[in-house]
Design a protein around this ligand. Structure first.
Ligand code: AMP
Length: 114
């Protein structure tokens, strides 16, 4: 999608701080980190929200989580622990409508989330 911020990153028109990339996913540091380590993992194909996922996306969604696991390990937060979050629509706080998995670590996390 031409007007999607994250599609522009996939296309190389905007250069995020990339930490991981493969054929299916791109991962980069969040510009407004909410924890010492805050990375976003996105699919390279445009999917607006979790509500738009279909069974054909099952492998791709798995790839997002496997990328998050590798990033957490590489960033040294796998053993202490980390949080994975995917917001869906406005009431959950989604602001960019291209699905993305937040990978947050480096500090204790509270529950319930705000
Ligand atoms: P959400 O609110 O769940 O849609 O998350 C969107 C995330 O994208 C927020 O945490 C923003 O800080 C992050 N974000 C927005 N613009 C950029 C950017 N140019 N580079 C990196 N992260 C961004």
């Amino acid at each position: 999608m031409t007007d999607c911020l994250f599609c522009k990153m996939v296309a190389g028109e905007i250069k995020p701080d990339i930490v991981f990339e493969n054929d299916e996913v791109l991962a980069f540091r969040d510009v407004h980190p909410q924890a010492p380590m805050h990375v976003l993992v996105i699919p390279k194909t445009h999917i607006s929200t979790v509500n738009d996922l279909t069974p054909e996306h099952a492998s791709l969604v798995g790839s997002l989580y496997l990328a998050a696991q590798k990033i957490a390990t590489d960033e040294g937060v796998a053993e202490p622990g980390y949080r994975l979050v995917m917001n869906c629509n406005s009431e959950a706080g989604q602001s960019v409508y291209h699905i993305h998995l937040h990978v947050l670590g480096g500090r204790p996390m509270a529950w319930p989330p705000g």
